[in-house]
Design a protein around this ligand. Structure first.
Ligand code: GLC
Length: 617
């Protein structure tokens, strides 16, 4: 009988070979290089444990399950070490978490390392967090607790202390070819003309001069993060090899960091180039052969039209899961404007194939960049430029009457662009209302936090909670006096997890208990109902009020109608657009038991109300 491996290989080998040579023929790849790739893949396959082989055979689409509820945390901030994280498993289980994304934990240099996104050794754990054995032990403990695990693979760049970078700095030309290096400014200047800056505030160029070798190194992010040269077939093979070795540790999902940047060509923006899509399809084919249960999560925080291309197509998959940055900005936009029309437009616009799945989030460790669907804004008669200026002011304490308390990040004086930092609770009004002792506003802020999460939990995809949001963590200014952090404002929303506050989840009427229990309840409900499975599409229902967002999802068993009021005003929802769906007369809200009958001409929706109206079929 043919082994599973050879079956999978024969299914994909032809396409793998064609695509490999399409990319690498002109960069000197030989048939020997391809054979070396294949034999490395076979070696990695042979290292897979029985448990992982079983997952590969039977659980390829686990990421589409409604039971998957994610949580992102920094090990050092949450539990100090990997060993101590094991002791926190009951907390995660209490909330209902079944998927944990551990923020970067591979070995980084001491001092500034971009929160772990400058990796020195991809196969070692940061000693301050523990060892590789601790990590593997944690994965087993998670597996026993039915929690799957995701870690970052910082694939676009290494730190300047990585072994390859050190050798390159010693003048070894083979290692210099692993990166993009130039003897003078001629080519860097040409690149800089068309490549936008990621950190305009911090760095005026995409290149860093290294005196030791008298060369300019391509560094999209910080000077200590060197972009890898993916045109070099050796880089490709090495990075695939590391990916597969990480997968063999038992990691279920790997977050591919900053994928749009992976391929560079002169006279382009060096973002989202067609070759990046080829590369990602190659990664997909390789993992389908070696470890099909591994899921690739793409981090592509770019314009909405570009993000969703990273799913590829049904025939030509790239990443199975992608961060839904578009939903995230649309949520923040809807809160600031009390207008859900962008949500309506984009929900209907970006249809993804059945195997694709969004990772839905409100906040994460990064800033909020205003990657709105600009043509949709224009179609609504809104100027994208002025609209962005409004959002920036609204979320950074500059707009009178705003509830938000956020901070400007990376202001670019050339185009007045800026991004925003802050935690969910601070951006949604809890911090300000607390400072002002305004109890009604506190109540309203809690409703906003509930609404934001309800959107995550009801939209198609995996909901991902950012650690601390479940206890309404507010901005933390302590990073300003920490030398390793004070250059980067994103630390305002990356505080140490406050376990004293977390205890208050057990004390009724505290913010912590209100938010924690609301999210926990939402998770319980989500896990019960088939409409929350990842392959169930939704249909938007446009109504009479631009603050009211509604959509319906149905399976053979049940239908749920979701209604959200993105404003602090009581609204009258006209029943008429709902009548064609012939909802039953006693649709019942899964949170409060409130019943709704669309035979009435209109229905009252209270400020920031969330309705999950259920109908058994
Ligand atoms: C991603 C990470 C971000 C990091 C960057 C460079 O965007 O989310 O935190 O700074 O990549 O690795």
């Amino acid at each position: 009988m043919k082994s599973l491996y050879s079956k999978r290989l024969s299914k994909h080998q032809k396409e793998l070979k064609q695509l490999y040579f399409k990319l690498y023929d002109s960069y000197g790849a030989t048939p020997k290089d391809f054979d070396s790739l294949l034999s490395m893949m076979f070696e990695r396959y042979n290292e897979r444990s029985d448990r992982l082989n079983n997952l590969d055979q039977h659980h390829k689409t686990w990421y589409l399950s409604r039971k998957l509820v994610g949580y992102t945390l920094y090990v050092d901030l949450f539990s100090d070490t990997l060993r101590k994280l094991e002791k926190k498993i009951p907390y995660l289980q209490e909330l209902g978490i079944t998927f944990v994304h551990l923020m970067p934990l591979l070995q980084t240099p001491e001092g500034e390392n971009d929160g772990g996104y400058a990796v020195e050794d991809y196969l070692e754990i940061n000693p301050s967090l523990g060892t590789m054995d601790d990590f593997e032990h944690l994965i087993e403990q998670f597996a026993d607790a039915n929690i799957v695990i995701c870690i970052d693979y910082v694939i676009n760049h290494t730190s300047d202390t990585h072994e390859w970078a050190r050798k390159a700095l010693n003048g070894d030309s083979q290692y210099q070819d692993m990166y993009l290096m130039y003897d003078d400014r001629t080519i860097p200047d040409q690149f800089d003309q068309t490549v936008p800056l990621v950190l305009p505030n911090k760095r005026p160029s995409n290149f860093t001069y290294k005196e030791e070798i008298n060369k300019w190194v391509y560094t999209s992010f910080s000077s200590f993060q060197w972009d890898l040269n993916f045109k070099n077939p050796l880089v490709f093979e090495e990075m695939v090899n590391i990916l597969l070795q990480l997968a063999n540790k038992g990691i279920n999902m790997i977050r591919l960091d900053a994928i749009p940047f992976m391929w560079k060509e002169l006279h382009t923006s060096c973002r989202n180039l067609p070759e990046v899509h080829d590369l990602l399809h190659l990664f997909h084919l390789i993992k389908e052969i070696v470890c099909p249960s591994l899921v690739l999560l793409g981090e592509a925080i770019v314009e909405p039209d570009e993000i969703f291309k990273y799913f590829g197509t049904e025939e030509r998959n790239e990443c199975s899961v992608l961060y839904n940055a578009n939903l995230m900005v649309n949520i923040w936009n809807a809160f600031a404007t009390r207008d859900v029309r962008l949500l309506n437009i984009d929900n209907s616009k970006y249809h993804i194939h059945d195997q694709g799945c969004w990772m839905n989030y409100v906040r994460c460790h990064d800033d909020i960049g205003w990657g709105l669907n600009e043509s949709a804004l224009e179609s609504l008669g809104v100027s994208p430029y002025y609209h962005k200026q409004y959002l920036i002011e609204f979320y950074s304490n500059q707009f009178p009457g705003s509830f938000a308390k956020g901070e400007i990040y990376q202001f670019n004086p050339q185009n007045n662009d800026a991004r925003i930092n802050g935690t969910t609770a601070s951006l949604l009004g809890l911090e300000r209302s607390y400072d002002e002792h305004n109890e009604y506003e506190q109540y309203i802020a809690l409703r906003r936090i509930f609404l934001a999460h309800a959107i995550l939990f009801s939209h198609r995809g995996i909901p991902l909670i950012y650690s601390g949001d479940e206890i309404a963590t507010i901005n933390d200014q302590s990073y300003r006096s920490d030398d390793r952090k004070n250059e980067d404002g994103r630390w305002v929303h990356r505080p140490y997890f406050d376990w004293t506050r977390a205890k208050k989840r057990l004390t009724p009427k505290t913010f912590e208990s209100i938010v924690f229990n609301a999210i926990k309840n939402m998770i319980t409900i989500r896990k019960k109902h088939s409409v929350f499975d990842g392959d169930v599409q939704s249909t938007i229902i446009i109504n009479n009020d631009i603050s009211l967002y509604s959509f319906v999802k149905a399976t053979a068993k049940e239908r749920i109608l979701f209604i959200y009021n993105f404003s602090e005003y009581r609204k009258e929802l006209t029943s008429e657009p709902y009548q064609e769906f012939q909802f039953s007369t006693n649709m019942e809200d899964l949170f409060t038991g409130r019943t709704i009958d669309f035979n009435h001409p209109s229905i009252t929706i209270s400020p920031y109300e969330v309705l999950w109206l259920m109908e058994k079929l």
